[in-house]
Ligand binder design. Structure first.
Ligand code: SDX
Length: 397
């Protein structure tokens, strides 16, 4: 009737791939990394143990952990020439733009010597990416505030090293606070992997052509930047700050009314999920971490945290959100925690990328190591014009 020509290229599989890395049960609100519940990993492990688990399939024993930590630590420095890539950016460039550029640029240092069919080369690439992302994220921040880059140190833990590279300067060294470092480590664990989300699927598709893993991770960073995905933590904090500016808890009703008005285009950022149709287990852990950090800093009366809890309570009772199974996701509280850690809003998604790099590279490695692997080639349902003749110019409307 519409004259549309439809071509169905056959069965459109919804399962993108087989994977043994991360399992999500969206209805039960369960998340497992290699069979271990996220709630247990977040409390009993640190981020590098979790990296080892995601990459190798098993938790490390003490000797394996010590060796892995030492290897990652020894790769935290970036090539001295990398700093010249930063100088090409405007100072006010968004850190995600800088990360897409600089992580992609890493491929220019390793591309020629890299044979991805060689397991050792793949393992070294994984270590280099996990080790160098914090250094690049901290360099993006330092560049944006006009302070000198801070080199990593080998006597600090992964997260303490990052906090020091972010907040140390030649006039005053950063004093490591174990509670804050532990909170950052937990944020990284909670964001480390999440099955076949948009950015992981981007990394897999890019990698399926045999592209350099550094270039594939740069593609994943580009996808994560979007506000519907990794950019949601920045957007969620912006939303809370806007409500606070307009009167805070007293004005929540007006904001909720706007969200319900389809024409407003306003979404409750940090709520809803493509898979979780129950509470995102990471959001619960993030809220606990938020409480611990704010307590440590004497900010338990933080108005944004109070506003977030009030908004969450209303949304969990309101028919509009309940009927649409819109629960808080990992991004709802992560912005408040990161703000309390002193991390600027514009860097929140960069921290997400820093955490997700291990998930991306573990998923990339799982795909590349599969001897049956072929280049990805999604099909389409064609709904355009049927075959037709080209009219001469004189006959075109
Ligand atoms: C992440 O995939 C992953 O795993 C991602 C991630 C990861 O770790 O990699 O978990 C990280 O990206 C978390 C999600 C962060 N994004 C946000 O918080 C942005 C706000 N959320 C929405 O953009 C939305 O919820 C999505 C995109 C996350 C999910 O969208 P869905 O599941 O496709 O839901 P939908 O768009 O089909 O919406 C269903 C209904 C619609 O209303 P109706 O048309 O039925 O009337 O719910 C409404 C939507 O309008 N809706 C929302 C809403 N999310 C969906 N209404 C208000 N606020 C929202 N946040």
């Amino acid at each position: 009737a519409t004259g549309k020509f439809t071509y169905d290229p056959g069965f459109m599989s919804t399962a993108a791939c087989n994977s043994s890395i991360t399992y999500i049960d969206g209805d039960k609100g369960e998340l497992l990394y290699r069979g271990y519940p996220i709630e247990q990993l977040a409390v009993n492990c640190d981020f590098l143990e979790t990296c080892y688990l995601l990459l190798n399939g098993e938790l490390p024993n003490q000797a394996q952990k010590d060796e892995f930590v030492a290897t990652v630590t020894k790769h935290t420095m970036v090539h001295e020439q990398m700093q010249f890539f930063f100088r090409g950016f405007r100072r006010d460039a968004h850190p995600m733009a800088v990360l897409v550029g600089t992580v992609g640029a890493l491929s220019s240092f390793y591309h020629d010597s890299l044979d991805i069919s060689d397991k050792h080369h793949r393992d070294v690439s994984a270590i280099r990416l996990i080790a160098k992302l914090p250094t690049l994220v901290a360099m993006a921040y330092k560049y944006s505030i006009g302070q000198p880059f801070v080199y990593p140190r080998n006597d600090l833990s992964y997260s303490a090293n990052f906090m020091r590279m972010m907040f140390s300067n030649p006039c005053e060294d950063y004093k490591v606070n174990d509670v804050l470092v532990r909170a950052l480590d937990r944020i990284l664990i909670l964001h480390a992997d999440h099955e076949q989300n948009a950015s992981t699927s981007t990394v897999r598709l890019a990698g399926s052509s045999g592209a350099n893993p550094f270039a594939c991770i740069a593609a994943g960073i580009a996808c994560l930047w979007g506000p519907a995905h990794g950019g949601a933590n920045e957007a969620a904090l912006q939303m809370l700050e806007d409500i606070q500016k307009q009167g805070g808890v007293e004005r929540i009703g007006e904001f909720i009314a706007k969200v319900k008005d389809k024409n407003s285009g306003v979404k409750l950022m940090g709520f809803g999920h493509r898979v979780y149709k129950n509470y995102d287990p990471r959001a619960k852990l993030m809220r606990e971490t938020c409480y611990e950090v704010l307590n440590e800093l004497g900010l338990h009366d933080d108005p944004l945290f109070k506003l977030a809890m009030a908004l969450e309570k209303i949304a969990l009772e309101d028919e509009y959100f309940v009927s649409r199974k819109l629960y808080p996701n990992v991004d709802f509280y992560s912005g408040i925690v990161q703000r309390a850690l002193g991390i600027p809003v514009s860097l929140f998604t960069g921290i997400f990328a820093m955490a997700r790099t291990v998930g991306w590279i573990a998923q990339w490695n799982e795909m590349i190591s599969d001897p049956e692997q072929k280049i990805g080639r999604p099909r389409q349902l064609f709904v355009g014009s049927p075959t037709r003749e080209v009219p001469p110019m004189s006959k075109r409307g």
